[in-house]
Design a protein around this ligand. Structure first.
Ligand SMILES: [Zn+2]
Length: 276
């Protein structure tokens, strides 16, 4: 939405980050050009928080809520404004310990560098996004069912919604080499996940397995089709362990500012009505 470069780390010819709109929710996957966005990889917290603030500005929201991700199957519902973050004082960790968050009002972020960032949009009967989610699914998450649990959480909050999912930049089956025993164990738990690398050794197809899990639940799935190992524009822990984390970001239509505006209009139109 902005025309200038998205961050000082961006090269002069790097196009600004593009935000896509789905049913009123806006989402994007960052690149190395937007800089490392994780607080736990040894980067200066003030620099990380400055980059997060800059992304929030480019999305037109107050800030993104990130998670302290642990490869768990924990899904947390969050609402309200993202915690205010000061580049000067910077919190040392992200306060939500989970691997997926759902929200009707809070902009959400998930950090990755080869694991799958999966963004969800629950579209209500009127065609408007009523809730969003952001999930982190690496090998552990695909096998422990974090994606299905995210769908379950969205459905329990919004039983009438149709759910769409976007699988962002992540390692592909051709690049994700694993030991033979790990491939066999994973195949036992999730039939179809076993694959081969480009050079013929055992690998895992995390994106394919994620897509099948979601489609089995009636979710409409889009895959942006980017392999982080192959794309030098994206961070990959396998290719370059020091390259930090990129993010999947999603902004629900009913952000704090929209909710505040609605409340103000309701008051102005019904001045005698008592506030709840
Ligand atoms: Zn690849």
């Amino acid at each position: 939405m902005r025309t200038e470069a998205a961050s000082p780390e961006a090269h002069g010819d790097t196009p600004a980050l593009v935000w896509t709109e789905t049913a009123g929710a806006r989402w994007a996957f960052t690149r190395r050009a937007e800089g490392n966005l994780a607080l736990h990889v040894g980067d200066e917290p003030a620099d990380v928080l400055t980059r997060r603030v800059r992304l929030a500005e480019s999305a037109g929201c107050a800030g993104f809520r990130f998670m302290d991700q642990t490869h768990s199957d924990v899904v947390v519902g969050v609402e309200g404004e993202a915690p205010s973050i000061s580049p000067e004082t910077g919190t040392p960790r992200d306060p939500v310990s989970a691997d997926a968050m759902t929200s009707s009002s809070t902009p959400l972020g998930v950090l990755v560098a080869d694991c799958l960032p999966v963004l969800f949009i629950a579209v209500g009967p009127r065609g408007e996004a009523v809730r969003v989610a952001a999930a982190h699914a690496g090998r552990a998450g695909v096998l422990n069912g974090i994606l299905g649990k995210t769908v379950e959480a969205l459905r329990s909050a919004e039983p009438e919604a149709q759910i769409r999912a976007v699988i962002g930049p992540a390692v592909c089956a051709g690049c994700y080499e694993v030991p033979e025993e790990m491939a066999a164990d994973a195949e036992h738990a999730e039939p179809g996940i076993r694959a081969r690398t480009r050079w013929g050794s055992p690998s895992l197809d995390l994106k394919g397995a994620a897509r099948r899990q979601l489609e089995r639940l009636g979710v409409e799935v889009t895959d942006v089709g980017v392999c982080t190992v192959a794309s030098s524009a994206h961070s990959s822990h396998r290719r370059d362990p020091g390259s930090g984390r990129i993010a999947g970001l999603i902004v629900p239509p009913a952000g704090p500012s929209a909710a505040a505006a609605r409340a103000w209009h309701a008051d102005a139109e019904n001045p005698t009505e008592e506030r709840a």
